[in-house]
Design a protein around this ligand. Structure first.
Ligand code: FEO
Length: 178
């Protein structure tokens, strides 16, 4: 069944929100690079990839449902922050805002009896729990670290180990994850 116009519009908006998230995290990556914290920058690059994957999962779903994808302008992200804690406060607040957007989409899918979209969107509900929890964890670590430079460098090294997920690459290329 062709996708309902309201859901088509809402998913197009969400694709834009996900790509904006990617852009925001890429901006944070460059900020960390300017501070020579390559582990944090690396982690943010991973986040950029994950958000691109979220947008592309929606893009692929809308395509499959016969919807028309209309890419909109992506607004410019912030480019500087006062502290490491401030960066991750923004990440956490941003993720909580995105959770609200996903919840609204699910509400809409229920209103219009679009069970295919509801089922698809449930993946994002679980994903948001993880996204919020990770942001909160890093924020708490940074608050504990405070002005301890050695601890900050150790944490930076820890964040260098993040690997891109096969799922991210598969969604971006519209191929099965291997
Ligand atoms: Fe795509 Fe981090 O929400």
């Amino acid at each position: 069944m062709a996708i309902n116009k309201r859901m088509e519009d809402a998913l197009n908006e969400q694709i834009n929100a996900e790509l904006y998230s990617a852009y925001l995290y890429l901006s944070m990556a460059t900020w960390f690079e300017s501070k020579n914290l390559s582990g944090f920058a690396h982690w943010m690059r991973g986040q950029y990839l994950e958000e691109t994957m979220h947008g592309m999962k929606m893009f692929n779903f809308l395509n499959e449902r016969g919807g028309r994808i209309l890419l909109k302008p992506i607004k410019g992200p912030d480019t500087k922050w006062e502290s490491f804690v401030e960066v991750f406060e923004q990440v956490l607040n941003h993720e909580m805002m995105v959770t609200g957007l996903i919840n609204k989409l699910i509400k809409l899918s229920r209103e219009i009896d679009d069970y295919a979209s509801e089922s698809f969107l449930m993946w994002f509900v679980d994903e948001q729990v993880e996204e919020e929890s990770t942001a909160d964890e890093i924020l708490s670590r940074l608050k504990l670290i405070g002005n301890d430079t050695t601890a900050l460098i150790n944490f930076d090294n820890e964040l260098k180990t993040r690997q891109p997920t096969a799922l991210a690459l598969a969604a971006i290329m519209d191929q099965p994850a291997v």
